[in-house]
Ligand binder design. Structure first.
Ligand SMILES: NC(=O)c1ccc[n+]([C@@H]2O[C@H](COP(=O)([O-])OP(=O)(O)OC[C@H]3O[C@@H](n4cnc5c(N)ncnc54)[C@H](OP(=O)(O)O)[C@@H]3O)[C@@H](O)[C@H]2O)c1
Length: 240
């Protein structure tokens, strides 16, 4: 395995949170998105990463429907901050109202979170990470965690994405100056990956296709070379 990519952050240089994700100084480009979008994105999980995604989606002109475990009323402060482009619902209703759904809950909460029929034929972005212990990837017997998600939600168009970047980086990097940082798409449905790539681009990042859900998912998940690294598109492609 390579020891590093020029310009990437070494784990010793940055902080580490309980999800094993680092955070640190960013370089990068861009002002607010001028692309806009009419897509309504459902975000299930409104903790650190889910609320961050909601903020940058709304800033980029997207609509969001948000859901958490506690219930929609608990999201009133976040909705007040986000304005009319954001609404809240219970997870099943959010999934039904969304054109595209992003899972930003603990991996252990994914199975059974929704009745599979509500995500039938829907693009389902799995941004979760499976850990066996603090900082330790879960032992999934050589499978990608998102492959299991696809089994739990048959008929959903599962794309592994938005799982590699720490939320504090996600909050700012899309509008920082300089070369865009990469977010990844792994999946077996090319059109679904294109849709997710469009959102990644709207948010000010570079979309990098890592391949099928199995091999690309393994590259992206904890223990893989793309997890928890701030890489530009060129740097990311060097790992793939
Ligand atoms: N933190 C990061 O920088 C980061 C980056 C990329 C990916 N991720 C991944 O994203 C996921 C969330 O991480 P996080 O750091 O944002 O965690 P977090 O701050 O603990 O937030 C978790 C969210 O999930 C919600 N939730 C839990 N179980 C649920 C259920 N059964 N139904 C609906 N909502 C449920 C919680 O609802 P309540 O608010 O009601 O408790 C909360 O909003 C993890 O899989 C993590 O590995 C995290």
């Amino acid at each position: 395995m390579r020891t590093g990519v020029p310009g990437e952050l070494h784990p010793d240089q940055v902080g580490l949170d309980r999800h094993g994700l680092t955070y640190g100084p960013m370089s990068g480009s861009a002002g607010p998105s001028d692309r806009g979008a009419s897509m309504r994105t459902g975000v299930i999980g409104t903790g650190r990463i889910g609320s961050t995604l909601a903020r940058i989606l709304v800033a980029a002109g997207h609509e969001v429907v948000l859901a958490n475990a506690t219930g929609p009323r608990s999201l009133a402060p976040l909705l007040a901050e986000l304005g009319p482009a954001a609404t809240a619902a219970r997870p099943v209703e959010a999934a039904g109202r969304a054109d595209l759904l992003v899972l930003m809950v603990p991996y252990a909460s994914v199975r059974g979170l929704l009745p599979p029929h509500v995500v039938q034929d829907k693009v389902l972005v799995d941004a979760t990470n499976a850990f066996g212990g603090p900082g330790t990837p879960a032992d999934l017997g050589g499978r990608a965690s998102s492959e299991l998600v696809a089994e739990w939600y048959p008929g959903a168009r599962v794309v592994k994405s938005l799982n590699t970047m720490h939320y504090e980086t996600l909050a700012v990097a899309g509008k920082a100056g300089g070369e865009r940082l990469a977010h990844y798409t792994a999946g077996d449905d090319p059109k679904a990956k294109e849709i997710v790539a469009g959102i990644i681009t709207d948010l000010g990042f570079a979309a990098v296709d890592t391949g099928p859900l199995h091999s690309g998912g393994i590259l992206q998940q904890p223990g893989g070379p793309l997890f928890n690294r701030s890489l530009t598109e060129a740097q990311a492609l060097a790992w793939i």
